[in-house]
Design a protein around this ligand. Sequence first.
Ligand code: PLP
Length: 323
Amino acid sequence: MEQKQTINFGPGPAKLPQSVRSHPHMSHRSSDFSKILSSTESLLRELLNIPDNYKVMFLQGGGSGQFSAVPLNLIGLKEDNCADYIVTGTWSERAAKEAAKYGKVNIVHPKLDKYTKIPDPSSWTLNPSDMSSNFLSRPVDVSKFGLIFAGAQKNVGCAGVTVVIVREDLLGHALNECPIVLDYKVQATNNSLYNTPPCFSIYIMGLVLEWIKNNGGTAAMEKLNKHKSSMIYDIINVSNGFYACPVDVACRSRMNVPFRVGKKEGDEALEKKFLDGALKRGMISLKGHRSVGGIRASLYNAVTLEDAQALATYMKEFLKEHQ
Ligand code: PLP
């Protein structure tokens, strides 16, 4: 029987590049694991040009685990135990809430609208930074950051491993109550092997990093992601309000394109029709986040230009039929 092709526009666990999907299993007791760990780290260092004075760790607990780990490790660096949080969406809102358990939190700017705007960033201190969504989707100057963390499940593999890249001088300041598995100094000193690491997810990450390298590295990913997202935004922009993106043009994401169908606040019946029609064409997971509604197309690295083109074509046809 012919298998129908499915295009996954979901926000994670991510679709994986075709070349990675043929590696179904690895024993986490494999004696080759230390080679996998060091080659994955080397690839990451190469792709992101990570300076030598930064440690790289592969940890468990996801982005949410880091919402706790970051303040537990860093808030003690400040005499007043006060940390600045730039809250631009629900994830950073959760991070700030978690940090407030361990110290004081200063919210840098007020919530603007429903997180659809961000005030002028020129005055911010970006330290640390949650890159779960855009990690390896474009080049980044690691030296500008004290700490970067990112769950792998969007752009660099499958769920289970969280990358933490931290400048060495920020190690060793954990609060007494910091759980040992979240202590960066302990994990960095033990090369992410203080306890059992998420071996399989690290293995898959290594394969995805190789795939990124073979496909032109972060610069090529950026070009691809710009192209894919502009295809979708362009249709939204010329649809005379039939498709409406609530996010300010200046802070629109290349990774997640949210939009409403029919009118600005969304026509729910039409949105359901849009999703049903997409499903018939093999396009899944386009339903927006439950807190926002509408449609959301996640366009992470493994979504191809052809996949984005298929969505763009469908959007044009739906527009013609229902405008
Ligand atoms: N940060 C961002 C930007 C995310 O998009 C997500 C999940 O979608 C998270 C954090 C939470 O990550 P996790 O589910 O790995 O805890």
